[in-house]
Design a protein around this ligand. Structure first.
Ligand code: NAD
Length: 471
């Protein structure tokens, strides 16, 4: 059984988590699960490590983070295989993610000594300066869809700014987080700076959010969980940043290459088997090319290679669990009931893993649950529009506002529509959402605060103003 990581100790915890490999629907590992006592110990260790870690120069912290990045880079294949097996994602994607983890640590190592305070020109003659002070112990609560990537988006800026960390991975995917913790120690992170405690969200996550010695919770997961964490954190006025759900629009105008747009439309929703907060799950397409696009998407989806995540040729693996598969299947059934047109997909593959064929529903419209709700599985809806204003209205008709794409060759229209769509991240003629150096996060009920880029550093520091009287 893999133990917890608290300081440099490896306690057994209060229980056991059986980690399932979704492609085989069989256990692949046993991991210790923290109880309240282990949580308290982890917070105490992080608290104890805080004065020395935050008291280091930023340059000294950067050196350790550069080494952490190098150590991760040397273990890319191991981490990628672990993540591909545990999440079920194609190995090529998992390799990209493991490299992205190393890139993220490297970026924030570089950021550590480039994040400045200010001198303030006040009315008095004295010297007025602002300092960026670390917050203290930060609790990181992360989901199962991109376990090590999302952990590192928080870990990088948190550590660079001088905070210490208690990381709680999702119970379905604790393996890469524990391995990252071990690699951090190997790279020279002082014990207690990064503690990793898998455990049940409703208990350990909840307790972490309530803990009086935790200064901030950085959370990624469902909007409903985020709401609960926000309410709990209010008791102790904790700082919070939230990356939550999405139902991202993908607006396609008739003036683009429809075959190409169809390929992107499929890739941007079926990657990670649709379990992606940025999945462009609502394709909103100009009526003139609507039938052509639906046909082209169907051609792509029905020929997608769904199968073994460890096979280099695989384009889509299984979903994470039996219940996630059932959830998607329920939405496929609902799509038919609601009167949308089932174009293809939604069937199980032969065998034991949690595989589903990618599903497309056409003739959908806002107000249908399959359009409004986040499915988080390999299913996409296609909605026609006639005017630019209608496209924008449909795109914005959502409680979410995380990301989106829009496809047009008309530059002015591209700029006009991009500015009108209410999402934190928007790509024009592209389906990428994640740019390490740029801010990432959601409008509306998709979140609070921004990750990545230098903007993330603001969320892991307090601004302190110091005035020196000089008279
Ligand atoms: P989830 O909310 O169920 O769980 C996320 C984490 O929170 C897990 O570690 C879980 O154990 C913990 N948790 C559960 N209940 C808790 C509670 N009451 N208090 C504290 N912690 C608790 O989410 P999930 O199913 O793991 O992930 C899928 C969701 O995450 C989707 O909604 C997806 O859109 C969202 N997501 C968002 C982003 C983003 O950047 N916006 C990225 C990835 C995933």
């Amino acid at each position: 059984m893999q133990p917890l990581l608290i300081g440099d100790r490896r306690p057994a915890g209060a229980g056991t988590i059986s980690v399932i490999e979704p492609a085989l629907a069989r256990p692949m590992a046993e991991v210790a699960s923290a109880g309240p006592a282990e949580l308290d110990q982890a917070v105490a260790e992080a608290n104890q490590a805080f004065p020395d870690w935050s008291g280091n120069t930023a340059v000294a912290r950067a050196e350790i983070l550069f080494r952490f990045s190098d150590v991760v880079r040397a273990h890319v294949e191991e981490l990628a295989t672990l993540e591909a097996r545990n999440v079920g994602k194609p190995i090529g994607d998992a390799r990209w993610e493991a490299n992205h983890v190393a890139d993220t640590l490297r970026y924030y190592a570089g950021a550590a000594d480039k994040f400045f305070g200010e001198t303030v020109q006040g009315a008095k003659a004295g010297l007025d300066i602002t300092l960026r002070q670390p917050l203290g112990v930060v609790g990181l609560i992360v989901p199962w869809n991109f376990p090590m990537v999302i952990a590192t988006w928080k870990l990088g800026p948190a550590l660079a700014c001088g905070n210490t960390v208690v990381l709680k991975p999702a119970s379905l995917t604790p393996l890469s987080a524990l391995r990252l913790g071990e690699l951090g120690l190997e790279a020279g992170l002082p014990p207690g700076v990064l503690n990793v405690i898998p455990g049940p969200g409703a208990k350990i996550g909840q307790q972490l959010s309530a803990h009086p010695d935790i200064a901030k919770i950085a959370f990624t997961g469902e909007t409903e969980t985020g709401r609960r964490i926000m309410a709990t954190a209010a008791e102790t006025i904790k700082r919070i940043s939230l990356e939550l759900g999405g139902k991202s629009p993908n607006i396609i105008f008739a003036d683009v290459d429809i075959e190409e747009a169809a390929k992107h439309a499929c890739a941007s929703v079926f990657a990670n088997a649709g379990q992606d907060c940025c999945a462009r799950a609502r394709v909103i397409v100009e009526r003139k090319v609507y039938s052509k696009l639906v046909e082209a998407m169907a051609a792509v989806a029905t020929t997608m290679r769904v199968g073994d995540p460890l096979d280099d040729k695989t384009e889509m693996g299984p979903v994470i669990s039996a219940s996630q598969r059932e959830r998607t299947e329920n939405y496929v059934a609902l799509g038919r009931q609601e009167g949308a047109r089932h174009v293809c997909g939604g069937e199980r593959l032969e065998g034991d893993g949690y595989f589903l064929r990618p599903a497309i529903f056409a003739d959908a419209r806002p107000g249908m649950r399959i359009v409004d709700e986040e499915i988080f599985g390999p299913m996409v809806v296609v909605i026609p529009f006639d005017t630019e204003a209608e496209a924008v209205a449909i795109a914005n008709d959502s409680i979410y506002g995380l990301s989106g794409s829009l496809w047009t060759n008309d530059l002015k229209r591209g700029l006009r529509v991009a500015r009108a769509v209410r999402t934190g991240v928007l790509s024009v003629n592209s389906s990428s959402s994640v740019h390490l150096q740029a801010p990432f996060g959601g409008f509306k009920q998709s979140g609070l605060g921004r990750e990545l880029g230098m903007h993330a550093m603001e969320h892991y520091t307090e601004l302190q103003n110091i005035y020196f009287e000089t008279n």
